[in-house]
Ligand binder design. Sequence first.
Ligand code: FDA
Length: 299
Amino acid sequence: MFNTFIANSMPYMPKAMVGFFAKRYVAGALPEDAFSMTKALNAEGAMGTIDLLGEFTDDINKAKQTVEMYKLVLDNIEKQKLNTNISIKPSAFGILFNEETSTKFMTEVISYAHSKGIFVRIDMENHPYTDYTIDLYLTLSREMPKSCGTVLQACLKRTIDDIKHIADSTEQANIRLCKGIYKEPDEIAYNNRKKVQDNFLECLELLFQKKAYVGIATHDDVLVNGAMELIKKYKLEKHEYEFQMLLGVRSELRKRLLADGHRLRIYTPFGEDWLPYSIRRLKENPAIVGSAIKGILTG
Ligand code: FDA
């Protein structure tokens, strides 16, 4: 109950207080922070995916700045030979403004990345944007093969059908599979932990059957173990899939996966707009804040 109270209070906490707990989830405010974090991850044997924070913008100038910042990131990935790709979100490129704008800006970033041989992951946001994101991914990966991939969420009831549609529409799908972070209505989503886990493994098996390249994005032992069984069942080689984790989460799992020789990619966000992302992360695990506050209160 204490943790639920903490989770609900998060948006009302002073920014500095959230920042104190949220530091672990973000590389820093500047692009250089993301580059040095990526270097450190690469030295550990992990790959990266750099994400510029800032989402749901209705300011066209901010969306333009996002394009320029991603180009700077891509230039540096090339120059500094970083083993990382990038992740982008439609709502950071002005989808709230209109779809044409976000499509134009995202295409610009993906084309720029493609010219440098750098892969782009289009993150999946909440359900009003699912169709848009899948369509954009399919269109751009047809125009620029292997330039980009997208994300599917196991919490959505539609995901199994989306996998069939994507597999029928592209030569080799490139999908990050995750549970889904957004609170979605019961009519369209499983809002029950066990059902989401079951659907995750069902979707993963279908993706493997369809020969997709999958980023298995989870820190949940049930899903990591279930994925290992499927990897064995389908006799996949290490280069035919990867695990993906968030910066600041379960470093012991990260070390174990790397020690066992799996490909592992760490989601590495940076930017001034760290607050909404950090609140989402802390709400996923309010125990982190809860135990620190309990410690302060009880001395
Ligand atoms: P679960 O939440 O059950 O976590 C399992 C265990 O991991 C917890 O018990 C705890 O120990 C630890 N843990 C999890 N979250 C933690 C946290 N924040 N702090 C500390 N410990 C934590 N979602 C989405 O809707 N669209 C997207 O594009 C993406 N992209 C994405 C990329 C990558 C690389 C990852 C790993 C995840 C995403 N997600 C996402 C988020 C995803 O949907 C989901 O919300 C989180 O991964 C948490 O779910 P788990 O599967 O880790 O299980």
